[in-house]
Design a protein around this ligand. Structure first.
Ligand code: SAM
Length: 259
């Protein structure tokens, strides 16, 4: 959806409400316990032993990660542009003190330098050019505050091997991973990113890389059939740090510090 803007045509802002168009994300993890838990392991590893005052989960969907964040932060806000996701979150988070706000990443409803921790997980694959979103995240973070941003990684092990075999360099720009042609002009993008490019974009927004974890390293339907989830997660836990050096996995968690 596009904001029509004023008569000068200055505003032409895309509203990120595509998750309101009948897609039920709330069941996505029903058959993805391994990925869900692998992401929790990564967040716990990055936040271990730390305590924050104000945290926000940007594009937090139905609040999947909010209660985990609440273990590390005194105040947690779910910041999400889709009303249907917020409605689902209201059910999931009923009886908790997690706040909810309808807002999107390039126009965050938070004051300057008001947050100690921001997370943004599984949103980057909808952001082909995340510069405006990174600038907003930087704006709302206090100096020295932390951001954890998950990036869908185009340069994962399998792609890197393929490109090497073909004698081609990995693309530095985001690559669309849509498998079916979008049927709406403003359909939500699906992209995978070059991690080095994203780290550069973050640095330009004064968000400096502190740590990296490689996540969902064993994502494979075959392995899931062969191994119990618990065994896969035990291996995953041992690999996340080690495999981050080569951006091995399909999902890279970046821990950043606001200058
Ligand atoms: C795959 S879901 C991930 C939800 C949640 N972060 C999680 O990991 O479970 C993607 C979410 O990003 C939200 N989203 C899409 N575009 C966005 C944008 N520009 N700013 C903030 N959130 C956005 C969607 O509404 C959706 O809730």
């Amino acid at each position: 959806m596009t904001d029509q803007g004023d008569e000068t045509g200055k505003r032409d802002k895309k509203v990120a409400d595509q998750y309101d168009r009948g897609y039920d994300y709330t069941t996505y993890f029903d058959k993805r316990e391994y990925e869900n838990e692998a992401e929790r392991i990564a967040i716990r590893e990055l936040l271990d032993g730390r305590r924050f005052d104000r945290a926000a989960d940007i594009g937090g969907g139905y609040g999947r990660l909010c209660l985990l964040l609440r273990e590390y932060a005194d105040h947690v806000t779910l910041a999400e542009p889709s009303q249907s996701q917020l409605d689902a979150a209201a059910e999931l988070l009923a009886g908790t003190d997690i706040e909810q706000v309808r807002t999107q990443a390039d126009d965050l409803a938070f004051d300057d330098a008001s947050l100690d921790l921001v997370t943004m997980v599984r949103v980057m694959h909808h952001l082909p050019d995340p510069s405006a979103e990174f600038a907003e995240i930087s704006r709302v973070l206090k100096p020295g505050a932390t951001a954890i941003i998950e990036v869908a990684n185009y340069g994962h092990y399998k792609n890197r091997r393929r490109f090497k075999k073909e004698g081609k360099p990995l693309p530095t720009e985001p690559v669309s991973i849509r498998t079916v042609q979008a049927d709406e002009p403003d359909a939500i993008p699906f992209v995978n990113h070059n991690i080095a490019t994203v780290i550069g974009q973050l640095a330009a927004a004064e968000l400096t890389l502190q740590r990296k974890l490689s996540v969902s390293n064993l994502r494979s339907e075959r392995l899931k059939q062969l191994l119990p989830t618990g065994a896969m997660l035990a291996v995953e836990k041992r690999l996340q740090q080690r495999l981050a050096r080569t951006d091995f996995g399909p999902s890279i968690f970046l821990e950043l510090r606001k200058a």
